[in-house]
Design a protein. Structure first.
Length: 253
């Protein structure tokens, strides 16, 4: 059973010569939630979109410090290879928002945008087989992607110029092979879920060649050319997660 945490957060506002008033805070991201709740831990939380409509997603603030992450999608390989689910994040395609499972879940475009526009947001992340059961989340950063949103404005946008885009990512790990501050071949469209093509990364972006890849191997999504050596695609039940988050720097004045 999913444990969902809903907390009404209140902030006292004191004006000169006025009676203190209490204003309800509607956290729009897991980062904002952590700002207002000191005992914040991993779990399912209730967030609010720009219309103050509540919805549930998973928050990770423990497995990838100092980052705080809001889950925007989790798909099994079987679900992710379905044509209906191969839409980039620039397109609205909510999946099982009210009945989330790790095999099938995606927020609407409007709710992704709410998180993107919220305080503290700076990065995106993709993970494989996130483990929420024992609290470990990710035990290491094998088959892991992280980038600054400002370095890849196409990651949550419909606009993607040219046949191949080579944005710079902060960190990518494929099968234990690491590349920092390198350019990768990033694809996203109405029929291409967000993903990186390893062959184009080597030939067009002229960066890391990533050994043991298959021809036109897709990682972190789409999986038209899947490699079972990549843990997100090792079997039909393997899962890929995408997150939006930021760096938590502790208490503020």
């Amino acid at each position: 059973m999913l444990k969902i945490i809903t907390v009404f957060l209140f902030v006292a506002t004191i004006l000169p010569f006025a009676t203190p008033s209490v204003v309800k805070h509607f956290p729009k991201s897991c980062f904002e939630y952590k700002e207002y709740q000191s005992n914040f831990e991993n779990g399912f939380y209730t967030l609010y979109d720009n219309n103050e409509i509540p919805y549930n997603t998973y928050c990770d603030s423990e497995s990838d410090a100092p980052f705080v992450w809001s889950l925007v999608e989790s798909m099994s390989l079987e679900e992710g290879q379905k044509t209906a689910n191969r839409k980039g994040f620039g397109y609205d395609h909510p999946v099982a928002e009210c009945h989330m499972t790790w095999a099938q879940f995606r927020l609407s475009k409007a709710r992704m945008d709410t998180i993107l526009q919220s305080a503290g947001t700076s990065h995106y992340r993709a993970t494989c087989n996130f483990n929420s059961e024992n609290g470990t989340g990710i035990e290491n950063r094998v088959d892991y992607l992280r980038g600054e949103i400002c370095s890849n404005p196409f990651v949550f946008s419909m606009y993607r110029p040219g046949p191949t885009v080579c944005p710079r990512v902060e960190y990518i790990n494929v099968r234990g092979q690491i590349c920092r501050k390198c350019r990768v071949a990033f694809y996203s469209s109405i029929s291409y879920h967000n993903h990186i093509d390893l062959s184009s990364t080597a030939s067009v972006c002229t960066e890391n060649t990533f050994a043991d890849r298959v021809t036109n191997e897709d990682v972190f999504g789409h999986y038209n050319n899947a490699n079972p050596l990549f843990s997100c695609a090792s079997n039909e039940n393997s899962t890929t997660q995408w997150w939006i988050g930021g760096i938590w720097i502790g208490a503020k004045f």
